[in-house]
Write a protein that binds this ligand. Structure first.
Ligand code: FMN
Length: 470
C-alpha cells in the first residue's frame, strides 16, 4: 500500500493510543497569526452583506457562471469569508479570535494569500491576508501572472487567485503526527467558504490542488516543508497552461516564527513531500453540475458565514425529511474542484429524521440506500471517543476513502481536501436552516472501519455531525 495509506494507519487513534500520556507544552502554544513586522499593509473594506441564499448557492456550486472580475469590496469579502475573525472570546485572560472557517482544536494552521491584478485601490502583487486587522500585507509588488500561471499549470481567468497554505506545526503542537489530516481538512473547509462566497456573487469559483509545488511555494516565499500551499481558488475553470517556469529573484519580507521551539513531525513532512508534483503532467478535470435545483428558502450566505459555529447543543428532536434532504443534497453532491477523483464514500448514520427509518445509509449517484437499519447513535458516539453530542445528532456523515483508488499521496491530499470542503458545506447548509453542525476528527479509526464493515483498504477520514438545535 501507498505511503499515505501507511501514514493514515500510523496516525489512527486506538483505545490505547488516546490514553498514552501526552502533555501540551503551553510555553510553546502556537501563534495563530503569521506576523510580518515590516511590510506595507492595505486595510480591506469591512465585510458587507449580499443576498444569495445559502441552500440555493450550494446547489449551484458546480453550475456554469459568467466569469467576471471582482471589485475591491468583493475581494475584501472573500478574504473575510475565508479567514476573517467572526467572534472574539476570552482565552486564559487574552482575547481570542474565532474564524469564519472552523479548525480542529481552533489551532488555525491555515494561511491565506492573494495574487491580485488591476485593482485601483492596491498595487498589483502577491499579498498575505492578515486576519488581525483585516488587511492585505504586500509580499511582492508587480505582476506575477506568468509565474503563477506556470506554477499552477493553468491560465488565470479574472483578476485574482486565492491561495491556501498550512503551517502544520500549529496543529501538530496538539495532535502531533495526526495533524496533517486536520491541516488538509481545515484547508478544505476554508476553500468551501471561498467557493460559496464567489458563487453567491455569480462567479464560478473553482478550487485546484494540482500544481507544481515548489514553484507555487516559492512564489509566496514558503519553504515547502514547514509551510506549504495546499490549494488555490480561481474565478472559473482554468484552461491548462504549459509555459516555461519563471524564476523569482525578489526577496521576501521576513515573518516571525509561530512557535518558540521548533516542532518537527517527520511522518507529516514525508507524507506531504511524497505527494509533491514537479511538472504539469497530470489530468485535471472538474465535476459536472448537479441536476437537482429545488426552490427553497434559507438564510442568506452573508448571514450564515458570520454566524457559523461548531454546534454541539443538539436536542435530539426530530428533523424534517425535507431539511435532511436539502442538507445532504446541497452539501455532498458536487464540489467544483480538481480533487474530487477518486471519489469518497459516504455513510450517514441517521436518527430521528421524519419519514426515514433510523439506520446507516449510503449515498451514491445522488441516491440514498439503507445499509443497516436500527438506532446506532450510541455506537457512533462511542466510536467518536465518547463525545456525547454525537449521539444526539440527527445525522452523522462518515467520509471514507478506499486507498486502492487513491494510490498516491496527491490523491490522499485531494481526498481530505474534498472531505473538508463537503464538511464545510454541511456546516453552511445546516446553519442556513437553523440547525447546527460540528466536525469530528477524533474517532477510533479501525473500530469505525470494522463497525461499518469496510474492507482493509478503506478507512474513515472524517465525520461531521448535524443536528436540530433549540
Ligand atoms: C477537521 C476538524 C475536526 C474537528 N474535530 C472536532 C472534534 O473531534 N470534536 C469537537 O467537539 N469539535 C471538533 N471540531 C470543531 C472545532 O473544535 C472548532 O471548529 C473550533 O473550536 C473553532 O470553533 P468554531 O467552529 O465554532 O468557529 C473539529 C473541526 C474541524 C474543522
Amino acid at each position: 500500500m501507498s505511503t499515505c495509506f501507511n501514514y493514515h494507519v500510523k496516525t489512527a487513534h486506538t483505545y490505547d493510543s488516546v490514553r498514552r500520556p501526552h502533555f501540551l507544552d503551553w510555553s510553546n502554544y502556537p501563534n495563530p497569526f503569521k506576523l510580518y513586522p515590516d511590510v506595507e499593509r492595505f486595510r480591506l473594506l469591512p465585510f458587507k452583506g449580499f443576498t444569495g441564499e445559502t441552500i440555493d448557492v450550494l446547489y449551484r456550486l458546480c453550475g456554469e457562471a459568467v466569469v467576471e472580475e471582482i471589485d475591491f469590496q468583493e475581494l475584501s469579502n472573500l478574504a473575510f469569508a475565508m479567514n476573517g475573525i467572526t467572534k472574539l472570546a476570552n482565552f486564559h485572560g487574552e482575547p481570542f479570535g474565532f474564524r469564519a472557517t472552523p479548525s480542529a482544536g481552533a489551532l488555525y494552521p491555515f494561511e491565506l494569500y492573494f495574487f491580485v491584478e488591476g485593482f485601483s485601490e492596491i498595487p498589483d502583487g502577491i499579498y498575505h491576508y492578515q486576519p488581525v486587522d483585516h488587511s492585505l500585507e504586500l509580499l511582492l509588488k508587480g505582476n506575477y501572472r506568468e509565474a503563477l500561471e506556470s506554477a499552477l499549470c493553468c491560465e488565470l481567468p479574472g483578476n485574482f487567485v486565492a491561495l491556501i497554505s498550512t503551517i502544520y506545526a500549529r496543529s501538530a503542537w496538539k495532535y502531533r503526527a495526526r495533524a496533517y489530516r486536520y491541516c488538509l481538512l481545515d484547508a478544505g473547509h476554508m476553500a468551501a467558504n471561498g467557493v460559496a462566497y464567489l458563487r453567491s456573487i455569480g462567479i464560478e469559483g473553482v478550487a485546484v490542488s494540482l500544481f507544481k509545488d515548489n514553484a507555487v511555494n516559492s512564489l509566496l516565499g514558503l519553504d515547502g516543508e514547514n509551510e506549504f500551499v495546499l490549494c488555490a481558488l480561481l474565478p472559473g475553470e482554468p484552461p491548462l497552461y504549459w509555459g516555461d517556469e519563471v524564476l523569482i529573484t525578489a526577496s521576501f519580507p521576513s515573518s516571525a516564527p509561530v512557535v518558540v521551539k521548533p516542532i518537527y513531525e517527520p511522518e507529516i513532512v514525508n507524507a506531504h513531500l511524497n505527494g509533491n508534483l514537479d511538472s504539469c503532467e497530470f489530468y485535471r478535470r472538474f465535476p459536472p453540475p448537479a441536476d437537482q435545483l429545488p426552490e427553497v428558502s434559507s438564510l442568506p450566505l452573508s448571514e450564515v458565514l458570520l454566524k457559523r459555529r461548531s454546534r454541539r447543543e443538539f436536542t435530539g428532536s426530530p428533523m424534517s425529511f425535507n431539511d435532511f434532504k436539502l442538507i445532504v443534497e446541497s452539501s455532498l453532491l458536487c464540489f467544483p474542484s480538481d480533487w474530487g477523483f477518486p471519489k469518497l464514500n459516504f455513510f450517514i448514520q441517521v436518527k430521528n429524521v421524519e419519514e426515514l427509518p433510523d439506520g446507516i445509509y449510503t449515498v451514491s449517484g445522488g441516491r440514498l440506500a439503507l445499509y443497516r437499519e436500527g438506532d446506532f447513535s450510541r455506537e457512533i458516539s462511542s466510536l467518536c471517543l465518547s463525545q456525547r453530542f454525537v449521539s444526539l445528532a440527527n445525522l452523522n456523515v462518515v467520509f471514507t476513502l478506499d486507498f486502492e483508488n487513491a494510490p498516491t499521496c496527491r490523491d490522499y491530499r485531494g481526498a481530505l481536501l474534498e472531505a473538508g470542503a463537503l464538511g464545510e458545506n454541511l456546516y453552511l447548509s445546516a446553519e442556513s436552516l437553523n440547525h447546527g453542525a460540528c466536525g469530528i476528527g477524533a474517532f477510533y479509526d479501525f473500530d469505525l472501519q470494522a463497525f461499518l464493515g469496510l474492507k482493509k483498504s478503506e478507512l474513515p477520514v472524517y465525520i461531521v455531525s448535524v443536528g436540530v438545535l433549540n
